[in-house]
Write a protein of this length. Sequence first.
Length: 297
Amino acid sequence: MEVYRRITERVRGALWAHHRRLMPERQFHRILAYVYNNKYEYQIRFDRMSVVGRAWGGRVEVMTTPAGFLKRVRVNPAVEDLSPAQQHKLVLAAYADACQQGRVLMEQAELTVYKQFLMDLKPIILGIRDNPEFYTVPEDSIETIGGVLRRSTASRDGGDAVWRTIPMAKAHQPVDEVRRRHAWEEEWLASPPGQRWARSLRGKEYFARHGPQYRPRGAPGAKTRALPFEMLAPYTPMDEGRLLKKNWMAYMDNKHVAESLWTRAKVADREKQLRLLQERGQAWHRPINAGDATQRW
């Protein structure tokens, strides 16, 4: 759970650091609540589930939950003839087998939760990354840990060195495209030929079939048109405008939270880098943040 929280905090901090956008606190908690609830549901099911591990060709069977809680042990009478140490070893082997099967199940569950978590974060992360304000490297370059190797010879003034993922001209969102099409349809229906077509038999049939507002009351589906959701951070106002108008204290509070989350992510990165250098023997072995490393988060 801590990993999910750290990832979401990093995204929330990056939104503020790069774009001065505040992720709504409800959205932050909703993403984490999805993970928590799903893990909890899986845990309930796993506690009711049983996994059987076998040893010595099925003569020793151990039944556990996927987490490894021992439920029962079944033993063939032939096991009595073995020494206590061998009996012990067989039971432990069967238990290890059950634990391994359970771990596979739990990993699959974790993977589904993680996949959905990434789907929730994806539009936000893409909004941070794929926008004109965010500079990336040219497509044909090779990224290494130390930096970027560019195959194409860049001009001396660094003209090729900066590559925009989305050119400045395409600063509008896909939603705008859809709205434009809706506006075009409405304009056509408001014009005299469109009105004539709408009153014709074909037009009436079309509206009866395809007009969302004319669908019967119990019919499934949305009665209004839903625009596709894609959030490009610099062009999508998030929480800050409303907050600043309604409650400037909450705005300052949220801003402070986002800033500290970003600082925390950067500190964690720096500590990770220092630990890496220490492991490789490229830095002195000094305690990393000895004073408050344990109490800080």
